[in-house]
Design a protein around this ligand. Structure first.
Ligand code: GDG
Length: 468
């Protein structure tokens, strides 16, 4: 079995316990432990003129290699091109897109630096799996240095349609970079169509069945691999929360009222102002729910170094304050807004107690919270998932109440429908969602991607032969 090499910006430390690390980190670590492998990424440290030489340590069958970055390069790469350019672009936020040549150059320099640091650690038959938009050029840089082994890329965020993608000055270079992978994985079929349309209409590549692509002299595959969660872990955590001290505290704080929950990183793609506005509309148009329902929004801070995120924080404080100011009673606060993270077991307890799971991103690659909420429900008395049609998860979780996050009044109607939904319909919708969550787990996702990456493009159809 070939050795697995994972590349990601942040590397989950082996000391981080499963309860703290996310499902993705745990699943990747398991895949590495099974096959033996290497996890390569940024050390989290900067150093002027950092040499391309990683710090290496081992834990069990996994080797960790952590690379320092020059502070200017790190800023241009992370806050600059990755989160100031690619993140807004892929989330259809052209008004927030900033493009500076110096960021683009820094982004490329970091990828080149990573490739030089990684290359000496690679064996020719390794399978290299690169994660996310921070590293799109990594395969091209590895190829330049002579690495000919298998390299795959998974894009965790949406891939924009060609009209949007063309706004990026470096669009052609970026897709050329992608062509140096053997396999490009996206979250949904919609994303796959968006990229393939660009390739055939703008880049003059050809497309064959099974997502096989020819672009200049390169042959590679583009396919959808919708990411899942560790469903079993959430089922267990949620079941274990029953009768716990935390559950009792939460229940007594609600005093018999209904709970709705949202859990999102504080990010403008997550549609938090839209969610708050919809909740305000619910209280305005459906006064019967006043004093009856509480929305708990957990929103841990993220990317505070990017100005847009600081502005979002201020906006939410204002909106949340206005709702509470208008509707709170001396014994009831409509909106509980928390800016800090909670352990997974606490989240599971909150999900289970919540009659509504409210997931309303303006765009989202997948959205794992939607799946976690479903997994945590009590099968006898499940809550209702309210889900934005613009989350990748909407393709799979068809039992959700689908909403358009730009329509605050429509969302308020959906809140009301969920709050008054009969138990039979809740169970039926939940079963539809849970079947999917249980089948398409994070472990399946890992296995599928690695299995597909282990095959050469030629295995995916004679179509390639006939075009060569
Ligand atoms: C990107 C894409 C795609 C959140 N707060 C706490 C906490 N979380 C955990 C959730 C969930 C994860 O963070 C968030 O995952 P999402 O999928 O919702 O969103 P992104 O962070 O934007 O992730 C996304 C994902 O990559 C995977 O491919 O689905 O579309 O944007 O697991 O539970 N975890 C704990 N405490 C918190 O307070 N423990």
């Amino acid at each position: 079995m070939a050795r697995l090499v994972i590349v990601s910006n942040r590397v989950a430390s082996p000391r981080e316990r499963a309860a703290k690390a996310g499902g993705l980190a745990v699943a990747l670590r398991e895949a590495l432990s099974q096959r033996g492998g290497l996890w390569f990424g940024w050390s989290g440290e900067t150093q002027v003129g950092a040499a391309a030489k990683p710090k290496i340590f081992r834990s069990g069958r996994v080797t960790y290699a952590l690379q320092d970055l020059d502070p200017d390069d790190q800023r241009a790469h992370y806050a600059g091109y990755a989160n100031g350019t690619l993140w807004p672009l892929c989330h259809y936020r052209l008004g927030s897109l900033s493009f500076r040549r110096s960021d683009w150059e820094g982004y490329r320099r970091v990828n080149e630096h990573f490739a030089r640091s990684l290359l000496p650690l690679l064996k020719p038959d390794d399978i290299v799996w690169v994660h996310d938009y921070h590293f799109i050029p990594l395969a091209a840089e590895l190829r330049k240095l002579g690495f000919m082994g298998r390299v795959g890329y998974f894009h965790h965020i949406p891939w924009p349609t060609p009209e949007v993608f063309l706004s990026l000055p470096s669009h052609a270079a970026l897709v050329n970079d992608l062509s140096h992978y053997d396999l490009v994985g996206l979250q949904t079929e919609h994303d796959v169509r968006a990229l393939l349309t660009y390739i055939s209409s703008e880049a003059r590549g050809w497309i064959a069945p099974a997502g096989v692509v020819g672009l200049r002299e390169r042959r590679f595959r583009v396919a959808a691999f919708p990411i899942g969660i560790d469903a079993e872990a959430f089922v267990q955590d949620a079941a274990a929360s029953v009768g716990s001290e935390e559950e009792a505290r939460l229940a007594s704080s609600l005093a018999g009222r209904t709970l709705a929950v949202g859990v999102d990183r504080l990010d403008y793609s997550k549609g938090l102002p839209n969610k708050f506005a919809a909740f305000g509309e619910l209280l305005k148009h459906y006064p019967e729910h006043r004093s009856q329902v509480t929305l708990m929004q957990i929103a841990p801070l993220s990317r505070g170094e990017v100005a847009e995120y600081r502005a979002l924080r201020r906006e939410l404080e204002e909106l949340g304050g206005a709702i509470n100011g208008e509707y709170a009673e001396f014994d009831w606060v409509p909106l509980r807004y928390l800016n800090r993270p909670f352990p997974r077991a606490t989240l599971a307890a909150i999900y289970r107690m919540a009659r509504l799971g409210v997931v309303t991103p303006l765009r989202d690659g997948m959205n794992l919270v939607a799946k976690e909420y479903v997994a945590a429900q009590d099968p006898r008395d499940p809550g209702v998932l309210i889900l934005s049609r613009f989350a990748g998860a909407a393709d799979e979780l068809t039992g959700a109440l689908m909403v358009n996050p730009y329509d605050a009044e429509g969302m308020a109607d959906a809140f009301n429908t969920a709050l008054t939904m009969p138990i039979e319909e809740r169970r039926e919708r939940w079963r539809t969602n849970m079947d999917r969550v249980e089948t398409n787990t994070i472990h399946r996702w890992c296995e599928r991607f690695i299995a597909d990456l282990s095959h050469s493009v030629e295995d995916f159809g004679e179509a390639v032969e006939s075009r060569l």
